[in-house]
Design a protein around this ligand. Structure first.
Ligand code: SAM
Length: 216
């Protein structure tokens, strides 16, 4: 671990936005899944949520991720409705990317609030049931011949609007993560081979100095 690498890890973690996430509902193409995670990393999403496609497993990561899967945790859910309810119970507004009577332009919502953007499967989109449950339905206006965007393009468009609003609100200036969580994640990112052993043994992570070296 070089001091420069450790400094970068802490800088990235100090800009993570634990109150911004996506929920991928059966996004099944690996290149889309990976591209969405890469955008999540760029915008500062800490944890992405995903409902695996009916085939069972989450899509495997491909080169499109640029290793983003190492820096963005993915939490699995059994289905979109359960996930939306759980997020809302935790005080998160869920914005479903869905065309309906109540859809609004994706730039209208306040993304400085705890927010999760619900993204649909490539073929079917977001289910009517999950969209009805969501706090709002949002769309990116389309003026062309084609009806929809690629899901990873839609995700990037919306997440960078969230980033724009959060930058304006100063949300990248001070860490959004509590200090103890930031320290824990810094150890896990800096020492990915050692961290699982400490967890398995139930031991606290070692203390690191400001250069990222283990001191005790
Ligand atoms: N036939 C599907 C439908 O009717 O919803 C098309 C799904 S689209 C290819 C896949 C996903 O990309 C959508 O579920 C949504 O998450 C996102 N998406 C695509 N175009 C969008 C747009 N104009 N506004 C918001 N989200 C969009």
């Amino acid at each position: 671990m070089t001091p420069e690498r450790y400094e970068k890890i802490r800088r990235v973690l100090s800009r993570r936005q634990p109150t911004l996430s996506v929920l991928m509902d059966e996004v099944n193409k690996p290149h889309n899944f990976s591209a969405i995670l890469r955008t999540c990393d760029a915008v500062g999403v800490l944890t992405a949520h995903a409902v695996p496609p009916k085939s069972g497993a989450l899509p495997t990561f491909d080169a499109t991720s640029g290793s983003a899967h190492k820096w963005v945790a993915v939490r699995k859910h059994p289905d979109a409705v359960t996930a939306v309810r759980e997020l809302q119970a935790g005080g998160v507004q869920v914005l479903a990317t869905h065309l309906s009577q109540r859809s609004v332009d994706y730039r209208e919502p306040n993304y400085t609030r705890p927010t999760c953007v619900l993204l649909g499967a490539e073929k079917w989109g977001v289910s009517d049931e999950a969209a009805a449950l969501a706090d709002a339905n949002i769309v990116i206006p389309m003026f062309g011949m084609v009806q929809s965007l690629n899901v990873s393009v839609a995700a990037a468009t919306i997440l960078f609007e969230a980033q724009r609003q959060r930058l304006a609100a100063g949300m990248y200036e001070a860490p959004q993560l509590p200090p103890d969580k930031l320290d824990r994640l810094a150890f896990e990112w800096a020492y990915p081979d050692l961290a699982p052993g400490y967890r398995e043994r139930g031991e606290p992570y070692p203390v690191l100095d400001e250069r990222g070296q283990i001191i005790r």
